[in-house]
Design a protein around this ligand. Structure first.
Ligand code: ZN
Ligand code: ZN
Length: 363
């Protein structure tokens, strides 16, 4: 029997061990498609796989255990329905709230080497959503065990907190979300999956799994393009492009992604992307193509003066200082362009030893 996962200290999931064809596990994995590739490639990473403090595989395993319990345990089913009806939770969040209590019980199994107490577990589930903070430690525990609160459910206070986002794969912020979004109440919202994949790709990259990272970022592009609610595709393409940019073996992929992004962007942003692409071509020794990109840009976006500065910078970086000086001098002779570009151009002209005296009064 191939174990799905074992803990770093060598202990496995004991009576909850299950194989890859386990029904509950697969149901949850299908709800968390962002974890699939990571799971399939898990042999490449340490067993203690964590991203932002979360082990995505264990996340699915624990939710899978509850999913299995929902098929057989009436007590668990009742709480599951109640949480959806009374607390307005999505099925996923309701199941995850139950998993939070399970996780607590299960850690006791591991640390104290006791058998799992299913009855105590179901009793505790009735306290999900109750505020137990005001209870006195010497009261009888409201779960009905007959024991004192301090000896029973008191350590579970945090696990009883109901959250609409329970079961969300929280692997970090920064690519699609910058803060916990107040208006999203579905832990399976695509924005969470997109964000999670970004961090999974990062994790794969730090473990030298370039192919894995590429696959996952491409999955994000596919998901972003098929998602109807909001347009995340630029975001997904950009993540992919930036990932490919500095990796020699992904140069062609970078160019493909850059062209795609350029086709979906307008104005100065488009201009900046074209400059980046041209610089990239130049860095690969394709000066002619790079220059053609710039020349074309000057006609298609004539008021994007920064592109002329960028062109001069590219020329000077490639040993063409004299040409760069000419481009900068021509640029500085133009009227009505923005101050930051003017200043940058003047500074570069000075560095390159060009004559700045005619233009300095303009600053
Ligand atoms: Zn209790
Ligand atoms: Zn989940």
């Amino acid at each position: 029997m191939h174990k799905l996962f074992s803990f770093s200290n060598g202990e496995d999931l004991g009576e909850f061990s299950f194989t890859e064809d386990n029904k509950g596990f697969n149901t949850v994995l299908n709800e968390h498609p962002e974890v699939k590739t990571l799971f399939e490639r898990r042999d490449r990473y340490p067993e203690t796989l964590t991203i932002n403090g979360v082990n995505p595989v264990l996340h699915v395993i624990f939710e899978g255990i509850i999913e299995n319990q929902l098929q057989t345990e009436v007590g668990v089913q009742e709480i599951y329905s109640k949480l959806q009806k009374e607390e307005n939770l999505t099925p996923h969040a309701a199941r995850a709230c139950i998993a939070n209590v399970f996780l607590h019980d299960f850690s006791v199994v591991l640390t104290e080497h006791q058998p799992f107490d299913q009855e105590a577990f179901v009793r505790r589930l009735s306290l999900i959503g109750t505020d137990i903070a005001k209870l006195s430690r010497n009261d009888r525990c409201p779960c009905g065990s007959g024991a004192k609160f301090k000896r029973c459910c008191s350590p579970y206070a945090e696990a009883f907190i109901v959250s609409p986002l329970a079961g969300r794969m929280d692997l970090g912020f920064g690519s699609y979300i910058f803060d916990t979004p107040a208006n999203i109440e579905d832990p399976l919202h695509p924005i969470f999956q997109l964000e999670a994949r970004y961090h999974i790709a990062e994790y794969m990259d730090t473990h030298q799994d370039l192919d894995g990272a590429v696959n996952v970022l491409k999955e994000n592009i596919a998901q972003a393009e098929s998602y109807q609610g909001r347009d995340f595709s630029k975001n997904a393409w950009q993540d992919y492009m930036l990932f490919c940019q500095n990796r020699e073996q992904l140069a062609q992929e970078y160019l493909k992604a850059a062209d795609h992004l350029i086709s979906m962007t307008d104005g100065k942003d488009k201009g900046t992307l074209i400059c980046d692409k041209a610089d990239f071509l130049a860095s690969k020794g394709n000066m002619e193509t790079a220059e053609a990109e710039y020349t074309h840009l000057f006609t298609s976006l004539p008021t994007f003066y920064l592109s002329r500065y960028r062109y001069a910078l590219m020329l000077s970086n490639n040993g063409r200082e004299d040409d760069a000086i000419k481009v900068l001098t021509d640029l500085l002779t133009m009227k009505n362009f923005d101050n930051p570009t003017h200043e940058a151009a003047l500074t570069l002209l000075g560095i390159l030893g060009g004559d700045t005296s005619d233009f300095e009064f303009l600053c």
